[in-house]
Each structure stands twice: as structure tokens, then as C-alpha cells.
Design a protein around this ligand. Sequence first.
Ligand code: CA
Length: 233
Amino acid sequence: MARILIVEDEAKIARFVELELTHEGYEVDKVADGRAGEEAALSGNYDLILLDVLLPELNGMEVLRRIRRESDVPVIMLTARDAVMDKVAGLDAGADDYITKPFAIEELLARIRVALKRREASEHAVKPEPEPDHHVLTIKGVSLDVERYEVRVGNDVIELTNREFEVLKALMENRNIVMSRDRLVQLACGYDFVGETNIIDVYIRHLRSKIDDCYGIKLITTVRGVGYVIRED
Ligand code: CA
């Protein structure tokens, strides 16, 4: 059964909540000031913390901030009636929920169940795979981001048509390999492309005017009678 820590300086309230929670089957400890609350909460012994806001030694909001620096244990704040600022500040500081005093024990129990269930769900959730690094090809200061479909020279984004992009990508992926027009057409236009392969010459001319000519780079080399290549220096 879940273990719950009550941090509450009003002995009557603390005792009442302790009895009710114990009756529900929870294991309960209680402390009566902020410093003891911080220490106990960070001991790792509890599944949930009930944290009063107005506490001696260290106020509940500060206790919450300190807990959150080290732990994501669920915290339900006990706030004074109509202390709207406390609620907002508490949620901002990482409280899972709050309940306003005086509260009905059934409401508190319901909120505890929700917080514990949410906690359990997040612990069992499949952690998302970290995003893979962007697949970026870079040659002679020209970088081509395959996922973002973006070509840059330095900080400048180069506007390319889809096919210009595909031709450049094919050449950059096959750096130092001379690519025939046929091969480039297949890669850039698809295998079912119907038309003259010298369409590639047009795309190359556009790429050269947008990149080579603009930035004084010798990026794409013509191999007479064969095709094109991007050579790494
Ligand atoms: Ca109090």
C-alpha cells in the first residue's frame, strides 16, 4: 500500500487525516514543520506528500520548491480557503494538486487516488525514443538537412524546388562518386519518369546559379560524357 507523508502543523487536522488515511489502508507518517517535511519528503520513503502551505520553520511553498529540485514525488498542497495565490503558485512550483481547508475527507481521498494513479501511469509509460540527430549532409559549407528539407549556405536558406533538392541530395549522399544523368533522374524524378535525362542539366544549372554562383563555391563538377559529381576537398 502507498506510503503518505503529512506535513501539517495543526495537530488536530494532521491527526484526523492520519486516522482516515490509515483506515483506508495507507501507511502514514506526519511531521509538523517545513524543515522536517523537506527532509522526510526527500528521504524517498513516500509515494505522496500532503503539504500544508502555512508551516513553521519553512513555508510549504519553499518546501515544495526544494522537493521539486530533487524529486517528482506527487505533492498535494493543503491551502487556506480562498488563497487563490497559493493555489496558482503551488501549481506553478510543481504541485500535482491542491485542496482547500476545510475539506471533506472523501474529496481528499479522491485526489490522493488520482495523484497516485497518475504517478503509476507515468512510471509505466513507455519512454519516448530520443529524437534521432538530424540527418544533415555538409560539404564545402553547404548543408542539406534531409528531415527538414532545407539547404543552407552558412545562415542563408537556399530556396530550391523539390527536384533541385533531390538532385543535390543525391549528389551529396554519393559524394566523390560520379553520377550519370540516368541515375540522377531515377533518384530525383523517380523510376517512372518519362522524359529526356538532360532535364538534369537544367536542375544542375539552377543549383549552380543558386549556390555556386551566389556564394563563389565550386560545388558541382561536370564530368564530360558521364554526368556530375560533388567532390570533397
Ligand atoms: Ca498550517
